[in-house]
Design a protein around this ligand. Structure first.
Ligand SMILES: NC(=O)c1ccc[n+]([C@@H]2O[C@H](COP(=O)([O-])OP(=O)(O)OC[C@H]3O[C@@H](n4cnc5c(N)ncnc54)[C@H](OP(=O)(O)O)[C@@H]3O)[C@@H](O)[C@H]2O)c1
Length: 238
């Protein structure tokens, strides 16, 4: 069945590949990001299926932009929240921490809440967000990044609980990648790094199967479980 899908943060990386996959399958897809030229390049590949809305998530008019994009694609069944930044911040520079918190926490929550209200009103919908395995433990080299992802994971569980408790018929999928080869991951160590194509394929299937939570690629569940049980004495040395 043809779906109306918005992907926030689709000008590059995981979001871009998900947009192409959803368009290939014949869905109506709305894509967002600040780099208009990148959005246009994606739209040119599927001009009948893809609509674009260029905006900065941290600007004041998120609601206006999302409503405009919903009108362009004729409704909304699924929103994938992929936008995010992750920066190593060895000096604990407040400007860098703030940039990550503004996008990954403040703007992210505004978008999640907007879409939750939208789905509540129409009595169905699916919110999927790309969080991270980084959500599991604090990280000294990028404290705000890991903390922002922990916030997202916890918030998604809150929304899922709200939906189940209130019988709202809103699905919530938490997608936790390990390392994926995109511009964002360039400065990270890269063991078990997946290609963006493979990661997008697995994410697409997990969303379509309406999973609550998934690790990307699948074998990262092992690292996730190790991280959860690793004693501080060892974790703080690596
Ligand atoms: N790559 C990995 O290894 C990895 C691992 C775990 C989790 N993740 C998560 O996966 C998600 C996607 O990241 P990616 O790896 O695909 O990186 P990416 O290629 O850098 O994609 C990030 C996307 O977010 C958008 N974005 C960034 N700042 C924005 C802003 N202020 N306003 C609007 N859009 C903004 C970018 O668009 P513009 O620049 O055009 O605005 C871009 O489309 C992120 O949430 C990231 O934390 C990635």
């Amino acid at each position: 069945m043809m779906k109306k899908v918005i992907i926030v943060g689709a000008s590059s990386g995981i979001g871009r590949h998900l947009a192409l996959l959803y368009a290939q399958e014949g869905n109506k897809v709305g894509i967002t990001g600040r780099r208009g030229n990148m959005l246009q390049e994606i739209q040119h590949q599927f001009p009948d299926n893809i609509s674009i809305q260029k905006f900065d998530n941290t600007s004041d008019n998120i609601t206006l932009h999302l409503n405009q994009l919903i009108s362009k694609i004729g409704g909304l069944d699924l929103l994938i929240l992929s936008s995010g930044i992750g920066k190593i911040n060895l000096k604990l520079d407040w400007n860098i921490e703030k940039e990550m918190i503004d996008l990954n926490v403040v703007a992210w929550t505004e978008i999640a809440d907007f879409v939750f209200h939208f789905f509540q009103h129409q009595k169905h919908g699916h919110l999927a967000a790309i969080t991270s395995i980084g959500s599991i433990r604090g990280e000294g080299r990028a404290p705000a990044y890991n903390a922002s992802k922990a916030f997202q994971v916890n918030y998604l569980e809150g929304l899922r609980k709200k939906s189940v408790y209130g019988k709202l018929n809103i699905l919530v999928t938490d997608i936790q990648p390990g390392f994926v080869r995109t511009a964002m991951a360039e400065s990270y160590p890269r063991f078990w790094e997946a290609s963006v194509e493979k990661a997008a394929q697995q994410i697409f299937h997990a969303i379509e199967k309406k999973k609550k939570k998934v690790y990307i690629t699948k074998r990262w569940w092992l690292i996730a479980h190790l991280l959860k049980v690793l004693p501080n004495g060892i974790y703080y040395k690596i």
